[in-house]
Design a protein around this ligand. Structure first.
Ligand code: SF4
Length: 891
């Protein structure tokens, strides 16, 4: 959908063009939900201009809200100036019940005075900021002055460095005595209390930055490219010129220090940057620490310039990085400084949903609005972010590194440090013992006697590993405050040896939850071609060489979850090195509770939110949201009803009933029947046909079968056949070839009418890739993609749900879960074909079980309303032929 028209359309909601009726309805409902402080589940199919509706609806509310507050404030101040008698009792009265009248009057007067003073202060601060930003906006000279000052400073720094080098020449190199001058940074400082926080958040130098957080909207989405698209939509919207928007990202996306950036892996970049901040901080208090690396972009003054530039003009991540390079200011920290004054903050999921990350970024949710877009997998995302896995290799390696570190610096470590290090070593020993190994032997050579997967409650795990007497909260705090994993990484980097043990086989190197999620995020952006992202394979390799203790910290903090909310999976395979411990979060709602509790309003939005019950029951009710606070909104599609033909097909051309269960789907007659259906369809459907299978394995089996029976060559006479690749980096190439083939066929005519893409549900092509127009004239779903219920993790989740939730409409919660998982996957896949108002496509669901009411009702409303059930192939085929012929004639 185009949204490029420049002028705003007058009306309640400024919009770049006349909005569709469903967009107006969407904005009305959104406005109402924000005003009433609701938690909303909003569904608007892809291609209906959802982003623009979100932007214009939410920002209209913010505009009105700010105006209302301004008026209220002015009124209060006017009344305050006139003797403060006019304040309403609710506005100012403290609880003074039972006090003598004169006390009540005194207290009330004081409260009123305080409030007026506070309002005045806020007003002054706001005015100061507005003046500053306006000046920057109007006066280009200011920019040049800032630039000139930067150049002068650079030159001064360069000269200073030259003189220092000259001075140090001939001083000779000090013998490497233990601990040498350069090793100070590796030794743990005396561990006392919360002394790190300010350095980490980067706020220590600035009182001015402690400004009030204005009411704002936090908008988050899944991938960086989705966030970028959103920012571009804001830029083009009627709000684009006046909104104060800040885009947040990871250091991997925002770091401009080439030396750090080229480290590639997120964890390594984070470590190096944090180390530099710490050096800078220490350097201030101890001038002797010369020679330690600090980041030249971490300049308070420059970051202030950057912050203001961010606030005067909307910028996406790429523009932020260019600005950082130009102004020689760190965009990662500079953008964070802009949060308090921003009206719209655009950020990736994990920054909002993971509390420690949220806090570190300086995000305050109290009374703010949160919009979570592309939220169809929100429950899984929260689970993934808070799950953590460590391999036997990592545990042994961390033990080896930490023991060597302790030995080397034993005499220089304070007693408390030693105590904690010993406790961590003990934990590592016990974890390895739980996998059936010994930390002192090579994990790759220790065979595991009892292989298999065992699930334990957190308490059982703590008890059986004999660590239940250790306070994990204290250990967690110690790791956080002492930066022990970073010290260890520095130690390993310097002495090399122990790091080699980190490099283990590809299979057993699983990443901790958050890192894993970040990788997924990056893979997403990779797929969509973000230039800065290093290849995924390289990312894996680099992470492998980083500190294993860091990943173990994630696991330790997961162990501090409440017993009933998670499980520990002991996965014993082959050797101790290949085995792993995994924390599985069963109740994602515990981590979502704070978000819904603190925020004024939360909107969970997506193109396909069905089945909605999942969000309501598993996430919101469990997070303590009152059902009365929840609103649901689902709008139809902008395409006319005649542009879509969804059919549930119950049997094939030879009357074989279509039921693809685990037992029946491999039968030759089922595979033959599927082939016949496809063959018939390919004869009458022009352009691209996308056929989804429930798994790679099944697709491979069916393909092999068709190859043997000769069906494949018959199909290939009509459509060129493409298969979904397993590797992410091959997806683009396949898609390009697929698209080229369809275009060629439509231009040249002939017997070949397009291409057939054999795809996989939940695979690389079921999300994020659009099959618009000729790329997808028909989407076929073979069977029902139920998840693998034999997976121990899913089984545990099912048992937990059955124990903790009531039956819904006679169905066990576990049953509802797997049906929901299946239908979410179906909806994601079939929603790929219709992308804009003039698009058209047929959708074919091959399995009679789709007609069951519990399943049928989980289809998106706009598809469900138009779905036809066809017990026999003949009438379905006639319908399809008519549909496509009619469309072809109309083109
Ligand atoms: S301060 Fe900024 S530019 Fe410097 S290393 Fe850290 S993220 Fe990179």
């Amino acid at each position: 959908m185009e949204s490029g028209a420049a002028g705003a359309v007058p009306g309640r909601f400024p919009f770049p063009y006349t909005p569709y009726r469903i967009q107006e309805q969407f904005m009305e409902a959104l406005y109402g939900a924000l005003e009433a402080g609701r938690v909303g589940i909003f569904e608007s199919p892809t291609g209906t201009g959802k982003s623009l509706s979100l932007i214009c609806g939410a920002l209209s509310w913010l505009r009105d809200w700010e105006e209302k507050r301004r008026q209220e404030e002015a009124q209060l101040l006017a009344l305050g100036a006139g003797g403060q008698d006019g304040l309403t009792p609710q506005q100012a009265r403290p609880d003074t019940a039972g006090q003598p009248d004169w006390v009540t009057a005194f207290v009330q007067k004081k409260e009123e005075r305080d409030m007026v003073n506070r309002l005045k202060e806020e007003q002054i601060r706001r005015k100061k900021r507005e003046d500053r930003l306006e000046k920057i906006q109007r006066n280009v000279q200011l920019k040049y002055a800032a630039k000139r000052k930067r150049c002068e400073e650079d030159e001064a720094k360069r000269l200073l460095q030259l003189s220092q080098e000259a001075l140090s020449q001939g001083a000779g190199e000090g013998a490497l005595d233990l601990p040498d001058h350069n090793e100070d940074e590796l030794i743990l400082a005396e561990y006392e209390s919360d002394d790190e926080k300010k350095v980490v958040s980067g706020l220590e130098e600035d009182d001015d930055l402690e400004e009030e957080h204005v009411t704002k909207i936090y908008y988050c989405s899944r991938t960086h490219s989705q966030l970028s698209q959103f920012v571009h939509e804001v830029q083009k919207s009627p709000f684009g010129k006046n909104i104060r928007l800040v885009s947040l990202g990871s250091r991997q996306n925002l770091c401009v220090n080439e030396e750090v950036r080229h480290l590639g892996a997120l964890q390594l970049i984070n470590d190096r940057c944090m180390e530099m901040q710490k050096n800078k901080h220490e350097k201030k208090s101890n001038e002797e620490n010369e020679g330690k690396r600090i980041c030249p972009f971490y300049s308070f003054e420059q970051m202030q310039f950057l912050r203001d530039e961010v606030l005067v003009e909307v910028k996406d991540i790429e523009q932020l990085v260019s600005l950082g390079r130009e102004t020689k200011a760190c965009p990662y920290y500079g953008s964070r400084f802009a949060i308090p004054a921003a009206q719209l903050v655009v950020l990736p999921y994990q920054m909002l949903l993971h509390e420690p990350t949220r806090n570190a970024a300086g995000i305050k949710l109290k009374d703010q609005v949160v919009i979570i877009d592309e939220a169809h997998n929100l429950t899984d995302t929260i689970t993934c972010i808070h799950s953590a896995e460590v391999s036997g290799s990592q545990l042994c390696c961390a033990h080896s590194q930490l023991s060597q570190y302790m030995e080397r610096y034993r005499k220089h470590l304070k007693a408390k440090n030693l105590m904690y290090i010993k406790q961590i070593l003990y934990l590592l020993e016990q974890f390895v013992a739980m996998l059936g190994g010994n930390v002192n032997q090579n994990p790759g050579c220790q065979a595991v006697s009892q292989t298999g997967t065992v699930l334990k409650s957190i308490n059982d795990f703590l008890f059986q590993s004999q660590i239940d007497n250790i306070n994990l909260f204290k250990i967690q705090r110690y790791c956080e405050k002492s930066l022990i994993s970073r010290k260890l990484l520095g130690f390993v980097e310097r002495y090399g040896g122990p790091a080699s043990a980190v490099k283990t086989s590809k299979e057993n190197q699983k990443l901790a939850g958050l890192q894993d999620f970040l990788l997924t995020l990056q893979q997403g952006s990779d797929k969509e071609g973000t230039p800065q992202s290093p290849p995924v394979e390289a990312e894996h390799d680099q992470l492998r060489t980083s500190s294993p203790l860091m990943q173990i910290e994630g696991f330790l903090s997961a162990l501090t979850n409440a017993n009933q909310d998670g499980r520990i999976i002991l996965n014993r395979q082959g050797t101790v090195g290949q085995s792993s411990l995994k924390f599985l979060l069963l109740n994602p709602a515990v981590h979502f509770a704070k978000v819904v509790e603190e925020c004024r309003a939360v909107i969970i939005a997506g193109g396909t939110m069905q089945p909605v019950a999942d969000f309501r029951e598993q996430l919101l009710y469990r997070a303590g949201v009152d059902p009365a606070r929840i609103v649901e909104f689902s709008c139809g599609h902008v395409i006319p009803p005649e542009n879509i033909l969804p059919i549930i097909l119950c049997s094939g051309p030879s009357n074989q009933q279509l039921e693809f269960t685990y037992e029946t789907r491999d039968l030759p007659q089922m595979m033959d029947e599927t082939g016949r259906i496809l063959h018939n369809l390919c004869n009458v459907i022009p352009g691209g046909v996308v056929c989804f299978f429930p798994s790679y394995e099944y697709e491979k089996r069916v393909y092999g079968h068709w190859e043997k029976t000769g069906l494949l060559s018959r199909l290939a006479a009509k459509k060129k056949i493409f298969q979904e690749p397993k590797k992410a980096n091959q997806v683009e190439q396949v898609l390009v070839e697929y698209a080229k083939c369809i275009k060629r066929c439509s231009q040249t005519g002939g017997q070949m009418t397009g291409a057939l893409l054999l795809s996989v549900v939940g695979g690389k092509m079921s999300e994020g890739i659009n099959f618009s127009d000729d790329l997808g004239r028909c989407v076929i779903m073979v069977g029902m993609p139920y998840p693998n219920i034999r997976s121990p993790e899913l089984q545990e989740k099912m048992t937990w749900l059955d124990k903790t939730m009531p039956r819904a409409a006679g169905q066990a919660p576990s049953r509802v879960l797997i049906e929901n998982l299946c239908m979410k996957a179906v909806n994601q896949s079939i929603g790929r074909a219709i992308r804009h108002q003039k698009d058209f496509a047929s959708i074919l669901l091959l399995d009679h079980r789709y007609t069951r009411p519990a399943i049928f009702n989980k289809l998106p409303q706009w598809i469900r309303e138009r779905t036809q059930v066809k017990p026999a192939f003949g009438s379905a085929f006639a319908e399809l032929r008519k549909f496509h012929r009619g469309k072809l004639d109309a083109l």
